[in-house]
Design a binder for this molecule. Structure first.
Ligand code: SF4
Length: 222
């Protein structure tokens, strides 16, 4: 029998970090992109939409315009027609057009490399900014999406009061240099095992290892 115990958050975090690195040694970025701008647009489109669908749509959008200068010239209605299958297309089209203009006017046509500047762009919240900082610029960040929020609660790494609290708790528990790969690994694991409604909290390998005596589902907060 293993001598390892998992009674503290830090012990559970160390096990999760190690096990996920074994399970997912490679951490390819799920959204197809070619630079910071196309990643920013893809992340914006992924709100309430699957990465798979975003990847089906972006080739057409980027064939039409793949720089802020080109995108700023495309009529919003045309952007909206292309991205419609992603959902929330009126808001997303407006944001894509508006942020392209702002990048031209305020940032010389480049995607800025600070959280403050990114979060000042239309349609860009902290999670989107975190993904861009991590995946386009390699700056350690911990974007918390629904998978991460749910898993962090089921693995009792946080009480999950809200995504801000979950992000702060996870950042305390894991080494900074692991954040970028780890956040993707948690997403990969969540997609494979941990769907919103289907699990009783006892089934998959990590829960079974960390909580061998668990008998009932963990209630998670959104
Ligand atoms: S046992 Fe279920 S709830 Fe726990 S992480 Fe695995 S899939 Fe998710």
């Amino acid at each position: 029998m293993s001598a390892e115990t998992f009674s503290t958050r830090a012990q559970r975090a160390a096990y999760i970090d190690r096990r996920l690195a074994e399970l997912y040694p490679a951490t390819p970025v799920p959204l197809t992109h070619r630079d910071a701008f196309t990643l920013l647009i893809a992340v914006l489109l992924s709100a309430q939409c699957t990465d798979k669908r975003v990847n089906e749509i972006t080739p057409r959008l980027f064939a039409r315009a793949d720089t802020p200068a080109a995108m700023a010239k495309v009529p919003v209605e045309e952007i909206q027609a292309i991205i419609r299958p992603c959902g929330l297309s009126p808001q997303k089209a407006k944001a894509i057009s508006g942020l392209s203009r702002q990048l031209l006017e305020r940032h010389g046509g480049e995607v800025p490399r600070t959280f403050a500047d990114l979060e000042a762009l239309p349609g860009v919240g902290h999670k989107t900014a975190s993904v861009v900082m991590a995946q386009a610029f390699g700056v350690p960040a911990f974007p918390v999406d629904t998978h991460i929020h749910r898993l962090a609660q089921r693995w009792t790494l946080t009480n999950g009061r809200n995504v801000e609290q979950t992000e702060a708790d996870l950042k305390k528990l894991f080494p900074r240099e692991h954040w970028n790969a780890l956040h993707l690994r948690i997403i990969f694991y969540g997609r494979e095992h941990c769907t919103a409604y289907a699990c009783d909290g006892t089934r998959c390998e990590i829960c079974a290892t960390l909580f061998p005596r668990r008998t009932r589902a963990v209630k998670t907060r959104k």
